[in-house]
Design a protein around this ligand. Sequence first.
Ligand code: ZN
Length: 476
Amino acid sequence: MATILRSARLLLATILGVGAALFSAANADEPSTGAKSPATVILAGQIIDGRADKPIKDGVIVIRGNLIEAVGKQGEIAIPEGATIIDAKNETVLPGLIDTHGHLNLRYGAGGFGGVNGLNSQELAPGAEQMLYMVRDARASLLSGVTTMRMVSGGTPDNPIDLYIREGIKRGIVPGPRIIYGGTGLTPTGGHGSEGVWTDGPWEAVKRVRRDALDGAEWLKILLIDLSPTETMYTDEELRMIISEAHRWGMKVTVHATGRWGSSMKHAILAGADNIEHARPLTDEIIKLLVKHDVSVSLTPLVYVGFRPDESTWDYLDNVATGPADWIEYGRKQYFDYLEKNPEVRTVDRPYEDGESHRGKRDFFPSNKTQQGQALAAFKAGVRISLGLDTVYYGAIGNAIEYLIEGGFAPMDAIRAATSVSAEAIGYGDRIGVIEPGKHADLISLRADPLNERWAWSKIHLVYKDGVRYDTLSWR
Ligand SMILES: [Zn+2]
């Protein structure tokens, strides 16, 4: 119903034309009144449209309202009279990047503000405090080129904080990527995730599913860790009940599935999950199952590397970085510094943090070699792979693209992972992820050629979301 309503509104928006005033048009669902809005034309050195194997050299993109009106080669596309012309003739224009694993309420490794509650972890901080990070990190993400972020659980049923940031961005109160709301998450007692969302038994779980559905979640998140070579933390009865109830409400289901054996992935896939987060280990058997059941995978490569942000990372974002270029470059440098100091990370699988803990005995971090090799094998077998940052370097999804390329992906395939493939995987393939007439005008440009130049994502220039230009906003 909501989708029908939205499409009806979009159609109306297309007919009426949508005002392009800063922020007001950020809400794609609300058409503004008035005559046909003026066009913006981007002249591009090349366009990577997110779908085709080859870029369009000397391309032109016509944007009207929040949609793309025309795309093609210069000279073949009519330039509307009175259009604002943007010169990106020395740049590459691509679809806005998509982060499929967002937790804007979390800053990995950061302390909280303390105060009367004496809480020293941002994860346990009051909602109002978490919202401050969210506003900051949503802005940083958008200015770094992420125009859509699928959230994968945050807050609690009494504090569905991801819902609030979605609405704040949608209504133009704060700038940020388009947020796909993924609910508050279900994890069994003792599972990954805060105690506030521990949920056991099919009926208690069903109640939680309904609550997320009523809050407007488009995705539901389940968190699983392998329990043994054959078992995961939820029983099949619980899993089937949760997933089928989510599907009945029109939600899709994504499952955090990690462990030494892959039993969580196996149970999740067979119980009907639509997507798997992290996905380790991606064994040949699991890859076959993913293909057979058409389940997509959201990889979070920068987490596997083992590097963890701390207070200094966030201080850099908040007080030192001069803009997205500086911030993305910082992420790149940390990646290589970390590998230089911890060369085993490239080749040796490690136990999950404290190897003696309940999780440490059952979970692990794959080496780059393992992870990159498995990702490439999965891709070649036909698994749809998208990319997520999972609280590391908000916005620097380009660095995750480079991780895939480092692992043997063709640059174009890695770019598609963060654009069209992600869009399809999150259920938005009809609206975003490609530069085509009728799609939302989510575009970025790089002063570089990402097909031939490695780690060039800091050379970001233009950022458009829903036809509104954001790169002209200040970083702070
Ligand atoms: Zn996560």
